[in-house]
Design a protein around this ligand. Structure first.
Ligand SMILES: [Zn+2]
Ligand SMILES: [Zn+2]
Length: 360
């Protein structure tokens, strides 16, 4: 009987823990709450994970980044022999290639969604459009400001990093994969490696004074557009774009170095586009923005990582877009504000051990 009661209670608890109500603001579009990928649900669903990876994660966006990187590497990137010595010309050439690529891919989305306004505000997270005449942005204009940091600093540092990696491969200074299958497998592994790399550097960027010095610049974009994706302070670019240097230690290939940087430069553009879905026709639409990261731009202290590897779930900063997760976030904020208010406490009873933050 007792066991029956305990079992019923645990089922009830489970039901409560997965209870999710759609978060709906008065203005703006809020999609349905999302879940962690099937492998990380309880119980884990490996077959569901495979389906999720193919139909949701890889198709269409991740597959597109691999295809663009392959095209860029084979058709628009100088050969390795050129990099046996590092020259300013070669870095400038890669930078120019990055600028053209970003103007086409990021600028194309900006033109379609924010200039032509092809789908109006349908599926748009925020009702308002990007800021104009705002003093907090360079040139008083959010789009021009975002383009400047993306093209000059982002494109430039990416070019420099790619040239350094090419030089290391050209001089055979780092381990290199030679089998096509291994390169393909490692390309897929990049998504997972990036999930950890991004989470770690993003958490660091939210620590003061690094936040104030560097990351606050990206967070001026609460209402984001495609150009906001890698509109970052150069110090943040130095960290964010450093992913290919993982392959100084583990075996990679020149293509993988290019892929890492193409992926880092382009993939944040749909995720910051401001639109949850892209309309193809009146009745057809495809996955567009990243609600998970949009919640980070709205509420700052949630969703530091990416959904592929739910580190936020494991470290207690997960927001799934539900009313329940929203209330949990507010409770965390209240608790940390109250803890901050406590300050130093007077201990009237020396038998009670009190920690430096007032906890016993
Ligand atoms: Zn962002
Ligand atoms: Zn952030």
């Amino acid at each position: 009987m007792n066991c029956l009661r305990a079992c019923c209670w645990s089922v009830k608890l489970n039901a409560v823990s997965i209870q999710r109500t759609r978060l709906q603001r008065k203005k703006g579009y809020d999609p349905e709450p999302f879940d962690v990928p099937p492998l990380f649900q309880s119980p884990p669903r490996p077959v569901g994970m495979l389906r999720w990876l193919v139909t949701k994660f890889m198709w269409p966006q991740s597959a597109l980044w691999i295809a663009i990187a392959a095209l860029v590497y084979h058709l628009f990137t100088p050969g390795l022999t050129r990099f046996s010595s590092l020259s300013v010309d070669d870095v400038a050439l890669l930078w120019l290639r990055n600028v053209v690529l970003m103007v086409l891919v990021i600028g194309g989305q900006h033109w379609w969604l924010h200039i032509r306004r092809a789908q109006g505000t349908e599926f748009k997270y925020e009702q308002r459009w990007l800021a104009k005449n705002r003093k907090s942005f360079l040139f008083d204009d959010q789009t021009r400001d975002n383009m400047f940091f993306t093209l000059v600093s982002g494109g430039g540092i990416a070019a420099l990093y790619e040239a350094v990696m090419f030089r290391l491969y050209a001089t055979e200074s780092i381990p290199q994969l030679n089998s096509l299958w291994l390169i393909a497998a490692m390309t897929f592994a990049v998504f997972w490696i990036e999930a950890v790399h991004f989470y770690v550097n993003h958490r660091l960027l939210h620590v003061d004074p690094v936040y104030k010095w560097a990351h606050a610049l990206h967070h001026r974009n609460v209402n984001t557009g495609p150009w906001s994706g890698i509109s970052m302070h150069p110090l943040e670019h130095v960290l964010y774009l450093s992913l290919p240097f993982v392959f100084v230690v583990i075996p990679g290939s020149p293509f993988i170095a290019t892929f890492c940087l193409v992926y880092l430069m382009l993939s944040p553009s749909p995720s910051h586009s401001g639109f949850d879905r892209f309309k193809l026709t009146d009745s057809r639409n495809i996955h567009g923005g990243d609600f998970f990261h949009n919640l980070h731009h709205r509420y700052f202290e949630v969703n530091y990582g990416v959904l592929l590897l739910p580190l936020d779930k494991w470290f207690g900063t997960f927001h799934d877009g539900s009313l329940e997760a929203h209330e949990a976030m507010k409770a965390r904020r209240r608790a940390s504000a109250e803890a901050g208010d406590t300050g130093e406490v007077i201990n009237p009873d020396p038998t009670i051990r009190v920690g430096p933050d007032g906890t016993s």
